[in-house]
Design a protein around this ligand. Structure first.
Ligand code: XLS
Ligand code: NI
Ligand code: NI
Length: 441
């Protein structure tokens, strides 16, 4: 019996299993076969799929024009502690029925925030015991925890970057409790997404001071967590905007510059989210490659944006071309540094059936699995790698190699260029390479 709580919330839905692409059962995996080995690793270990507590069990589907549409059974009790326990029952039922091994959470996802900090902490201590027991029974683990330092109105001017010290201290206190909770639940990593860390207008903002404060909070959080025995990785999750007009962790490049400037590179990596990449006018694979180049590719928040709407629509992934390019990077990099694939994605407001959340996650897992298979074939069966290597072969020896190793001066380049006044044009072969995805689909 996979059901852990005494109530069943997702009635009539059994454990999702792999049935292969010929299956016409919509509640089965067509490509995600957890035990199947691709590129030397089991699929489940490549991905470490995680359910985002906030989108799947908290968000009710409200938008700026209307309230939520979800009528979750676990929200029915009049007591916040009981509601949180019911929600945990639903969450663990869902995660185990999906056959996933992980979840991610904000402090105020696992139990509603109370009126005071100390009351919220008391509530967290109750629910964390409850959740830990469910983790023990089910084997489900925490991929990462985090503090929601963006929803509470007190953070309207920022959390770590608030111009008022008392609010910065309040953010520090909340992060301490979220770290305690994550460590208690053996969280493998801890995330910082700076939802309110940025500005609406530069006219009232001292940017340099705010960046120093943000770094200071990260330093204190790291030192505290390490002193409590936390061995995991800290992730910064870049996003260019929304809710702020401009967020400090704009993209991978900005976040890495920040991490290096403040000497945080030993403990901090990046959590790259698809829709955040596209909001920053980058492709997902660009952000992954940028992080990987700096040895910073920690984790992924999986979702997708919308070609027409320019906001964080957080839809479930379904773009094989996009994810295949991401999987090529993942395989070549040898995987994520400590993290996994967290479905930071939500149902559409009008998806209100019990099974919709299953279809969403099955689709997401299958897209990643199928893309991984295609990427592996492109790398191993096609001439893709050799085309790429060949493109840079002029640096493998001779003058190109000397240039790379710093043995040539600018005057040397001047001489060389004059000896070769007419270098030939070499095709980039983009269309040929693009066709490989279609060929190996
Ligand atoms: C919001 C972010 C958020 C983080 C966790 O856009 O994606 O959900 O992942 O705070
Ligand atoms: Ni997001
Ligand atoms: Ni996210």
């Amino acid at each position: 019996m996979i059901l852990i709580g005494d109530k069943e919330f997702y009635k009539g839905i059994n454990k999702i299993s792999y049935e292969g692409k010929k299956s016409d059962n919509p509640l089965a995996y067509k490509y995600y076969n957890p035990e199947k080995i691709i590129a030397g690793k089991k699929m489940k270990d490549h991905f470490k799929f995680a359910v985002a507590y906030w989108h799947s069990f908290c968000g009710l589907g409200s938008d700026p024009f209307g309230p939520g549409t979800q009528e979750f059974e676990w929200n029915k009790s009049g007591d916040p502690i009981q509601r949180a326990k019911d929600k945990a029952d639903a969450a663990f039922e869902f995660i185990t029925k999906m056959g996933f091994n992980y979840f991610c959470f904000h402090d105020v996802d696992i139990i509603e925030e109370a009126n005071t900090l100390s009351e919220t902490e008391k509530r967290l201590q109750i629910i964390r015991d409850y959740i830990k027991e469910k983790m023990r029974i089910s084997g489900v683990k925490v991929l990462w925890g985090t503090a929601n330092c963006f929803s509470n109105p007190i953070y309207m001017n920022g959390a770590a970057t608030n111009p008022e010290f008392n609010i910065v201290a309040r953010a520090g206190a909340q992060i301490k409790v979220a770290l305690d909770t994550t460590i208690f639940l053996n969280g493998e990593n801890y995330v910082f997404w700076g939802g309110r860390e940025g500005y609406m207008s530069l006219l009232n903002t001292k940017m340099g001071k705010e960046l120093d404060h943000m770094a200071q909070i990260l330093i204190l959080a790291r030192d505290y967590a390490r002193s409590q025995g936390f061995k995991g990785t800290f992730f910064i999750e870049p996003k260019p905007m929304e809710p702020m007009k401009h967020q400090y962790d704009f993209d991978a490049a900005a976040a890495i510059g920040f991490i290096n400037k403040y000497g945080l590179e030993k403990d901090f990596k990046l959590n790259i989210e698809v829709n955040h990449a596209t909001l920053a006018q980058h492709s997902f694979e660009h952000e992954l490659a940028f992080a990987a180049n700096s040895n910073m590719l920690g984790s992924i928040d999986a979702n997708r944006g919308d070609y027409q709407n320019g906001w964080d629509t957080d839809q479930f992934p379904n773009n094989i071309y996009e994810i295949t390019q991401a999987m090529i990077i993942l395989i070549k990099e040898g995987g994520l540094m400590g993290g996994g694939i967290n479905f930071d994605a939500k149902l559409r407001r009008n998806s209100t059936d019990n099974d919709d959340i299953f279809h969403a996650h099955i689709g997401g897992a299958d897209v990643f699995a199928r893309s991984l298979i295609i990427a592996d074939k492109i790398i191993n069966e096609s001439n893709y790698v050799s085309i790429l290597e060949n493109r840079y072969k002029s640096f493998d020896n001779g003058l190109g190699k000397k240039f790379e190793s710093g043995e040539l001066s600018l005057e040397d380049l001047y001489e060389i260029a004059h000896k070769n006044p007419d270098p030939k044009l070499i095709s980039g072969k983009q269309e040929l390479i693009e066709n490989l995805i279609n060929q190996y689909l």
